[in-house]
Design a binder for this molecule. Structure first.
Ligand code: MG
Length: 394
């Protein structure tokens, strides 16, 4: 194989480069949203999308069974060429896809928090290219991360306080490899990723005039608010299993150009079928510029739901059996709603919905409930917990 070294770069930048420059495969070394000691490999196929699970499994097999040829260290490395335009190429391609003129006229002030990681090399340049006043936070890539790379509200306390104290229009936080973007409004609210994605869908479907089938793909972990809002103008929401690759492949199959996860991963098919933090950021600024409203006002237009969540432990050896029992009981007790069971059980009623799903990585069942008010949310959660206890979970 001919090997090219792309240097420090966000995952979506590598993905775009692999696809556009005709590479057969790309490999990203990153811990993504995890602390740096959890670094792993993301393998990217020639279309820029992550390798499917069966390809990953065959790579793991080669690795663990040592079925590869060994060479001496002196034979290694001579053929590695450096490609030094990955980040520049990416920045220019993101900028191409939004209305720079309209955005720059708004004179927005944005704080960008890259968790001292590779997003620092691209997103501040995208923002400057859009004529935005940029304030950087945690964008010194030579420093170990000042915050946990996962852009959850508890990890974005500094970003919230900087956004508020400097009077910024909004804040943006990436995870370690900058495929996710989480937004903070001017009063310091950290927007849930499915809500901000819904706003982006609203913008793209109404303002970008793509002439595309009106389909949006998201995982079952996203809120039904997505469906509530998008169905108003005839958009079909397709629910998939959790995992960005399921979303990407479903988008391609269904001819959809929009997909997202509730964790801040947004896919704009016109650009590429992968999560892309800088692209999501540029689109959000375009939405603000086109609408003439603030992020805060746009967010307040969405239906409000009250959220409660918890997890229950389960013996990993009989996780699947116990989960099936719980699923049966849930479907007996909760009726009159819609059931989606591509991944766990999602139940959708008129004034609440819940998702009960085994964790992919821990001996846990996760329970997530959203309802119109707090009392109903807690009532639904307690009913689920009672059933979970009945089938032997604690
Ligand atoms: Mg990531």
């Amino acid at each position: 194989m001919k090997v090219f070294y792309a240097g420090l770069t966000p995952t979506p930048a590598l993905q775009l480069y692999v696809r556009d420059k005709g590479f057969d495969v790309g490999v990203m070394v990153t811990a993504s949203h995890n602390p740096p000691e959890y670094s792993g490999l993301k393998v990217v196929m020639s279309d820029g999308i992550e390798a499917p699970r069966d390809v990953e499994e065959s790579i793991e097999e080669i690795y663990y069974e040592l079925t590869f040829r060994r060479i001496t260290w002196t034979a290694l490395g001579y053929d590695v060429k450096v490609v030094d335009d990955v980040n520049d190429y990416y920045v220019s391609k993101v900028l191409e896809k939004v209305d720079r003129e309209v955005i720059s006229k708004k004179g927005l002030k944005v704080v960008i928090d890259c968790a001292n990681n590779v997003g620092s090399l691209t997103t501040p340049h995208v923002l400057r290219g859009l004529g935005v006043k940029v304030l950087t936070l945690n964008c010194d890539i030579s420093h170990i991360p000042y915050r946990n790379p996962e852009p959850t509200p508890e990890n974005l306390v500094d970003l919230v306080s900087v956004v508020r104290s400097v009077g910024a229009d909004l804040g943006v936080a990436h995870d370690g490899d900058a495929d996710r973007a989480i937004f903070v409004d001017c009063i310091g609210r950290v927007l849930q990723g499915d809500r901000s994605a819904l706003m982006l869908c609203d913008h793209i479907l109404n303002n970008k005039k793509l002439g595309i089938p009106k389909k949006v793909v998201t995982a079952v972990s996203s809120s039904t608010v997505v469906e509530e809002v998008l169905s108003r103008y005839g958009v079909e929401v397709i629910w998939t299993r959790v995992g960005s690759i399921n979303i990407a492949r479903t988008m391609m199959r269904e001819g959809s150009l929009l997909g997202f996860e509730e964790n801040g991963g947004f896919m704009y098919g016109i650009h590429q079928y992968v999560r892309d933090g800088a692209m999501a950021t540029a689109l959000m600024l375009e939405y603000i510029a086109y609408s003439g409203l603030t992020l805060h006002q746009l967010y307040d237009k969405l239906p409000k739901m009250y959220v409660v969540k918890t997890k229950v432990g389960v013996d990993p050896r009989d996780r699947d059996v116990v989960f099936e029992k719980l699923k049966m009981r849930l479907l007996e007790v909760f009726s009159g709603g819609r059931v989606i069971d591509v991944d766990g059980v999602k139940f959708i009623a008129s004034d609440y919905w819940f998702l009960v799903r085994p964790s992919g990585t821990e001996p846990l069942i996760r329970i997530y409930v959203e309802a119109r008010d707090e009392v109903l949310a807690n009532k639904v959660l307690n009913n689920i917990l009672t059933l979970a206890n009945e089938v032997g979970m604690k």
